[in-house]
Each structure stands twice: as structure tokens, then as C-alpha cells.
Design a protein around this ligand. Sequence first.
Ligand code: NOJ
Length: 556
Amino acid sequence: MENIKWWQRAVVYQIYPRSFQDSNGDGIGDIPGIIERLPYLKALGIQVIWLSPIYQSPNDDNGYDISDYLKVSPDFGTMDDVQNMLSVAHDLGLKIMMDLVVNHTSDEHQWFIESRKNKENPYRDYYIWRDPVDGHEPNNWLSDFGGSAWEFDDKTKQYYLHLFSKKQPDLNWDNPNLRQKIYDTMQWWLDQGVDGFRMDVINLISKPADFPSDANVTLANHGSSMNFIANGPNVHDYLKEMNQLVLSQYDIITVGETPGVSTADAVKYAGFDTNELQMIFQFEHTEIDNSHEGLGKWSNERFKLVDLKRILSKWQNDLYGKAWNSLYWNNHDRPRVVSRFGNDSDQYRVRSAKMLALTLHFMQGTPYIYQGEEIGMTNIKLSDIADYQDIDTLNAYDDLVLKQKRVTANQMMSYVYHSSRDNTRTPMQWNNSHQAGFTTGKPWLAINPNYTNVNVSASLRDQQSIFYFYKKLINLRQKMPIITTGKYELLDLEDDEVYAYKRVNKDSQLLIISNFTSQNQIRHYNQDDKGQLIISNYNDDEGDTLRPYEAKVYKF
Ligand code: NOJ
């Protein structure tokens, strides 16, 4: 671990631009709004911002359907605004990592408009086209947003592949011209001064040879073929090529979003010596409360702490010395962590949000904070499905309630409250004024009504707030190398109430203890009494008695 890189010490903050800060009253967050709030992020202490997509897009999937990689969506601003944002950020010592969405484009991208014109078009092969088989789809692959992953195009009587919505056709990475165009695009953005890329579903870019059907799914199943398709035959060759031609030429940060990976896969994608990516996002710990009835994430089941410990510990141990972890609880696709793994009641919201922050931020890896997590924003309950905006939520409702009638409307709403992506996409709560200080207009998605007491202004005024707790955690990571380098050791896997682990270096140790329950727990970890308490979410220490959601760290 001698050669620690800057991105291994960094803490990243994710901005979902649509919901961060509106500056012109159109109800949609924008780049001037982000610029206005950069000093706030500086005050929090983070080093890197990951910006969800800001490119031109018809917004079928909120910007993850890009129609021009080199243009900024007018919803968000102009290229001048981007330049301005980069220069203000850099002056503050903040880096900006862009979202690179290159498994697919929008169907309104010029490449696809050309591609669908006729079979001879030079762009035809930029996408994945197949003849019907016996008058049907070429195989049974399912889109992650429900239904078949194939769409028939009447003009040329072939199907094209879309692993997400039918407005997100998959690119054909086996075409070297397409690959070169992507590398040119990346180069172009790096030359504008961006500091890295988060790569959307990057392990889906190489599809299984011969396109076999997926034996585990049927159309009458609200599943997804993502895991079946993931980690295809050429993916490592393509990432090594990308690394050699582009990434290795810059001192940047890279993280790949990779559903369906094992730790062995991770060592290939993000190994210290594999020359692909620096980190990946794995999903195992975000799937522990998935449905037991085959409905994927559409469930309202409560997670088991033992599962969380088992999975996070496996990732800590298996990557140690070989590859680098990314550490995250939530993002724009996953519900709010305090509502999910904590307790968002008035009584315990602050305490449990701090407990979760501490549990994650003492692990090895690069931590990611999703906007609003640092003030303990919670999931939302909108009464009517029509008030939701997320394509994934709306499609699932349509499929499971209206078409398949597998769940009742009430049941589905309880799943939506638990799992919908809109839970984390509600606008940032800046203060207790009209529309939470997010916009002077009508917000594109409802504001969580709890903004009157859960907001940034209130957090900044209160020295005991979740915000200052995150700031302290970030600060400790900068000051104490053991948080970056120490070896992780789990204590007592079978304990389903308390998560305790150590970080161990040659000459020091940390002991991290988190009570995940609302009851007192008594635990003794054989620590000698010379331990120094370095952070806690209570103002005093009762030793072996762990109060509700108490979390603390001792240094030895
Ligand atoms: C993963 C992104 O995080 C998600 O928001 C998006 O819908 C899909 N990839 C498709 O781009």
C-alpha cells in the first residue's frame, strides 16, 4: 500500500443535477445552480464531485439517454457554464468526474437516426440489429425496465437491442469505429478539463457470443437479463484498450458501474495492475432486501444485518492488496439509506444517519456521498403513482399491477415507497422557505414535505448535525492514514444487532462499533482500556453499553 494515489484518499460527492439547485425558476436544477453551491461542498470537505449526466437528452431516463455527447442539455445550461463550473471548482481544489454513458445512446442520437435508415448505412453496425427468429424476438432477454430487450423496427424489419428503455438502443462495441468515436469523445471532455469518469453499466458493453437465451427469465417475470449479459467475452479487452488509448494518458479518477460482478471480477476490472479502471461499483449489498417472490427490487422487506456484514466484509477482504473498493450506501438509483438501513423516525433519524455514515466511512475504499445524504434526507411517499416520474417505477407499476396483476395497487405502492428511484431524486432541501430553496418555480419532482426541518440551513446552524458529523469523518480520513491503508477485520459475523470491525496497521488499530437497533445492547470486544475514543454519535461513552444506534471508534 506504499503508493497511495490521491483518489484513494478522496471522498466523492454525487450531484444529480436535475435535483440539486435551480437558478432560473424552471423547476429543474442546473449548472449555474451547482456553481452557486460549490462553496458548500468545499465546506463539507469532499475532494471530488461525480456529476450525473448533463448532456443533450430527450430525458426518457433523465439524461442516461444521450442524444449528443458533446452538447450540454439546455435544461442545465451551456458549454460556457460548464467551463465556468470547472474553473470555479478547480479554484476551490475540487475535481469533477463526469458520467460516461456509452453502453447505449438515445434513439435520438444522430448515430441511431442514421443506423435505423437502412441496412447499408455506415452507422448500421454501431448498434445491435438482428433478424426475427420464427417471427419473434431473436432471444428472450429482458430489459432492465421491464418487457423484452428487443424492439422491432418496421422500416428494415429487424430488431434492435435495448437493455434499458426502447429509447436507449445498445451500442455495438465490437465495431472498432464505434469504439474509436467513444475514445475521441472521452478525450474531448478530458481536454475541456474534466477530472475523470464514472462509467454507466460499463460491464454490459460486450454481449455474450451468439446471443443465447437466458434460461433464468421469462417474459412473465419482471426480471432483467443484466446479470446474464454482464462481463461478456471482450469486455476486458475493450477496457484495456480504452485505458491504453485514453485513461492512462491523464491523472484522473475512474469508476465503473458493474452490476452482477463477483469479487474475482472486480480484481480484473479494478486490479492495481490490470490497467482497466480504478474502482467499480458492485451491487450486492444494495440487493439484500430484494423480493423473495421474484420481483427483484420491488419489495418492502427489511434487510438482515448479518447479510450486510457478510457482503461488505467479503468485499473488504477479497479486494485487500489487490484492487480498490468504492464505498456507498445510496445513489440516484437506490433509496435513501437512513430510510432503508437506518431509522427515519423523528426520534432516530439523526442518530441512525450518523451511525450509518460512521460504519461505512471507516472501511477501506473511496467513499461516495449522494447529495442530501449528508443532511439525512429520507425516502418520500407520494400518494398517487401518477406523481412519480421515474420510468423504471412507472413501467414496473404498469407491468406488475395493471398487466400481470401479480400485486395489488396498495402492495405496489408499499414497494414503491421502499425502492423507487424517485425516493432519492426529490430535490435537495436547502432551507425551509418555499420549495426548500431548490427553485422559485414548480419543481420537476415533488419536494419531500419534511424539508421544513430537514434542510441544509438548519444543519449548518447546528453543531450536532449530520452535516458536521460527515465533515468530521472526511477530516479524519485525511488525517489518519490507517483509514486508507489498515486491514479490515470483522468481529462476530453472527451478531445481527451490532456491526463491529477493526482496522489494523503495523503499529495501531481502530475498533469500530455500530449498534443497528433502537435498543440498548451490551457488547464487550476485549479492547484493553487504553483505547482512545476518536468519534462517536453520542456526547459521552458508556463503555460496553451501546445505546440506540450508537456508533463509535476507538484507537489503540
Ligand atoms: C445505470 C444508471 O445509474 C441508471 O440511472 C440508468 O437508468 C441506467 N444505468 C441506464 O443508463
